[in-house]
Design a protein around this ligand. Structure first.
Ligand code: FES
Ligand code: FE2
Length: 357
């Protein structure tokens, strides 16, 4: 059985996905969150460990993220006071001598690193098959940041990711001086690597830059830019559902030793990336997914990217199912009030340090 939507021939991929950034949830705090088309609760226990669990209390269904309290290393349901531990086991019923062993709250595997709280999503709830790599530069003081940006995009996570291998669009959507040249694209299991050269416009003229990016599954990537100044972009993309994706960008610049220089360089870097992201939005929102795209010789490695990506769909159509599928164009919905959205017209609500959700 293949899980798809009307809009795309695929559903949500499995992997590690950011569900928050570390400062978003303090010790003792609970928070309602919604990703993977599921209501969930995020909470941090008194030892500082973050937990991500299904929202609904197995007793009578209260949402643990709306009024739930943290008590030590347990979460307390706001409805009748039942307590659940970090594994989702019922640890106390305040008006009963015995706990209920059958009352379990599904608990997502969680990793907190690189400034993000990542949860592992798998549609059949299978255990993680890798861990997100720890990036030393996020915490070692060599880099300044992060400057944060987040936005929810009306497109599938796979469609957004395809942007990186699409070298030609940089010229036409983002107005860069020349089409970037992809000099390496390789994958190894859940990871993929891309190196490209790109000319950046600066107030002092065009500068040659190098971009190296590593994807750690579909939800996490680390992008390093060198040329003008060394910058690091930690990106996290998370399916809200099969047709909506939350993007989080954390921008860092190599510490130049002066707070105000760091800040202005960081700001310029972030603004350029956010400008490009804003330009991409109407394309992602309104484009169709083309199953068999008509490509030029010098287009980027789209089909390699799609092949790498297909491993993350636990319920991906088999080769026979794909061959039997006659539909090859999956258009976006018709939004009559949004017919005049075009790239570069500033349709993103750009906001630092907060969520655009
Ligand atoms: S619904 Fe949670 S304790 Fe009753
Ligand atoms: Fe783009």
């Amino acid at each position: 059985m293949t899980s798809t939507t009307d809009r795309y021939p695929f559903s949500m991929p499995s992997g590690w996905f950011a569900v928050a950034e570390s400062p978003d949830v303090e010790v003792g705090q609970t928070k309602a969150i919604y990703y993977f088309a599921s209501h969930m609760v995020l909470w941090r226990d008194e030892e500082g460990t973050a937990h991500v669990q299904d929202a609904y209390c197995p007793h009578l269904g209260a949402h643990l993220g709306h009024g739930g309290l943290v008590d030590g290393c347990n979460i307390v349901c706001p409805f009748h006071g039942w307590k659940f531990d970090g594994e989702g086991c019922n640890s106390e019923i305040p008006y009963s001598d015995r706990t209920n062993k059958k009352a379990r709250v599904y608990t997502y595997p969680v990793l907190e690193r690189n400034g993000f709280i990542y949860a592992w999503y798998h549609p059949a709830r299978q255990a993680p098959t890798w861990e997100v790599e720890e990036i030393d530069d996020v915490a070692n003081g060599n880099y300044y940041g992060p400057k944060r940006f987040t936005h929810v995009v009306e497109a599938a996570i796979q469609e957004m990711g395809e942007n990186a291998v699409d070298s030609a669009h940089f010229r036409y959507v983002h107005n860069v001086a020349e089409v970037p040249e992809i000099i390496r694209y390789e994958s190894d299991g859940h990871r993929s690597y891309m190196e490209s050269n790109q000319k950046f416009p600066t107030p002092r003229g065009v500068v040659n830059g190098e971009i190296n990016s590593t994807a750690d599954g579909p939800g996490v990537s680390v992008v390093r830019f060198a040329g003008i100044v060394d910058t690091l972009l930690m990106t996290a993309t998370t399916p809200v559902d099969a047709e909506h994706t939350q993007t989080r960008f954390n921008f860092y610049v190599r510490n130049l030793g002066d707070e105000s220089v760091n800040s202005s360089v960081g700001e310029a870097f972030a603004n350029e990336v956010i400008k490009q992201f804003t330009e991409d939005l109407p394309i992602w929102t309104h484009k169709a997914h083309i199953v068999r795209p008509a490509l030029a010789d010098s287009d980027g490695p789209f089909m390699k990217y799609r092949k790498w990506y297909s491993q993350f769909y636990a319920d991906h159509p088999s080769a026979e199912e794909q061959a039997a599928e006659e539909r090859t164009v999956y258009p976006a919905p018709y939004w009559p009030d949004r017919m005049d959205e075009v790239p570069g017209k500033g349709t993103a609500s750009v906001k630092y340090g907060g969520s655009a959700l």
